[in-house]
Ligand binder design. Sequence first.
Ligand code: HEM
Length: 206
Amino acid sequence: MTQERLYLYPIWIRFWHLVNALLCLLLIITGISMQFSAPAVALVRFDTAVAIHNIAGIILTINYVIFFIGNLFTYNGKQYQIEYRDLTKRLMAQGKYYAFGIFKGEQPPFPITRDNKFNPLQRFSYVFIMYLFVPVVFISGWALLYPETIPTTILGTSGLHLTDLFHILSGFIISFFMVIHIYFCTIGKNPGANFKSILNGYHEPH
Ligand code: HEM
């Protein structure tokens, strides 16, 4: 199939994505270090990890505002609107392609176009990550930075523990997403093609 080169990633989304990816890596490394390593043999020294984690979280929030406003006022936001008609059927079709079709050399069921740069599974997961889990992680992070803003008890349980639970759960979900996301990004014209696209803006057709 010969398709033209498509300009899919405008400069602002590429800037947002690069900053977001680097910050998430920093947040994951420092977060894991604070959560699991013993003070005597810390992956990153505890006070250094806290400082880096706090600063990265603040920049991540500012960067998120760029993403949110950009999607609100530009055509890119259309790519994040979930089409509910036949959603399950379309998600299953994409899942079947990833599980079987791709290994048999079949054509993707939802070829990339200017109006549909994400397949249904991508669109669905990007919406959940970007409009649910990322906001939960930074809102709970800000609350933990200013714990006096957290009610002492929420629904009969410690407000601080509940906020911490939300923060850690959403952090783990984003980390898990990132691993799967990077794996699926290797599925393109060649394993490096999509990584090139998010840097230069152009999608190379299969
Ligand atoms: C080192 C880490 C990462 C790498 C290498 C990476 C790679 C990529 C690549 C190659 C694309 C373009 C292909 C596509 O549209 O699916 C992309 C898009 C995207 N990535 Fe990532 N990513 C990383 C981290 C993240 C993280 C941490 C998030 C969210 C928390 C994220 C969210 C997104 C979103 C929402 C898009 C679509 C942007 C748009 O075009 O509107 N990525 N990523």
